[in-house]
Design a protein around this ligand. Structure first.
Ligand code: NAP
Length: 270
């Protein structure tokens, strides 16, 4: 049985991906800060999906310094071999960058550590092993935010553009290496999805989720899993999201950034 490591598996898209991987016969290593929620997931898999799936719960805050390396070392110590890495954990911060105070800047730094640094470090560590084995897969979770600048969520959008560019570039390197022929690397770019993200990012203040079509985490995870298995590089779930990304290609950057601001504006803006 192959093992998948999923970060941010305690809720939303990661939680749904974990159940899909379990259904498809993978053992799981699930990571997040909320151990209790990961234990609920483990129980749900054991009672509702399969008693043969081994679920290893690891509580970790991936925004902390060296967290990725510690997670990797812990996995090695437990003798686990990871065939698939899903870098899903991510957070957002809503608000005007010019008005960020020290406290929000601290949160912003933690977001950059989680959304970018942990993704880069985990990718490097596990990709090294996959290259030695000549086998494996990495699915990084970005967003349709990667395709445009995002006023009122500037660092979050930029972090997802980083993940997008990074993943596509590494994929091209790996594909052109004889040891990487059997390694799948993809990036999943959801649009607005009904998860804990809207609340945790303070996006409830924004009109984004009212103006855009919102998908369920289950649907996003199903599409993500299916397309990743097929080897699709950039996975954008939902026709509405695909059209939105496609259209931005033909619009001026100036127009796109204004459009993104309109989408992100506060609900009660007068
Ligand atoms: N929902 C959307 O509209 C949307 C759209 C596009 C892209 N995405 C992306 O999808 C991914 C999953 O988000 P989601 O929508 O499923 O949101 P979610 O329900 O809030 O899930 C986020 C996951 O990340 C974990 N996490 C947060 N901070 C962490 C930290 N410091 N260390 C380790 N784990 C941490 C959370 O667990 P704990 O709190 O237990 O740590 C949770 O499991 C993110 O990368 C997000 O940027 C979401």
């Amino acid at each position: 049985m192959e093992t998948v490591l999923i970060t941010g598996a305690s809720s939303g898209i990661g939680y749904e991906l974990a159940k899909i991987y379990a259904k498809n016969g993978y053992n799981l290593v699930v990571v997040a800060r909320s151990r209790d929620k990961l234990e609920v997931l483990k129980k749900e898999i054991f009672e509702g999906i399969s008693k043969n799936v081994k679920v290893t719960v690891i509580e970790a805050d991936l925004s902390l310094e060296n967290a990725a390396k510690r997670l990797y070392n812990r996995i090695k110590l437990e003798g686990l071999k990871i065939e698939v890495l899903v870098n899903n954990a991510g957070v957002g911060i809503y608000g005007k960058f010019s008005e960020f105070n020290e406290k929000i800047m601290e949160k912003n730094g933690a977001m950059i550590n989680l959304n970018i640094k942990a993704v880069v470090e985990l990718t490097r560590l596990f990709l090294g092993d996959m290259m030695k084995d000549g086998n494996g897969g990495i699915l990084n979770v970005s967003s349709i935010a990667a395709f445009m600048p995002g006023p009122l969520m500037s660092t979050y959008y930029a972090s997802k553009a980083f993940v997008q560019s990074f993943t596509e570039a590494v994929r091209e390197e790996v594909r052109n290496d004889i040891r990487g022929k059997n390694i799948k690397i993809s990036v999943l770019c959801p649009g607005p999805t009904d998860t804990g993200f809207e609340k945790s990012s303070n996006l409830t203040e924004s009109s984004l989720f009212e103006k855009m079509k919102v998908m369920t985490a289950k649907k996003v995870a199903e599409i993500g899993y299916k397309e990743f298995q097929k080897g699709k590089v950039v996975i954008i779930p939902g026709i509405f999201n695909r059209i939105a990304v496609f259209v931005t290609r033909f619009l001026s950057r100036k127009f796109v950034v204004k459009m993104a601001r309109k989408l992100q504006e506060k609900k009660n803006k007068n």
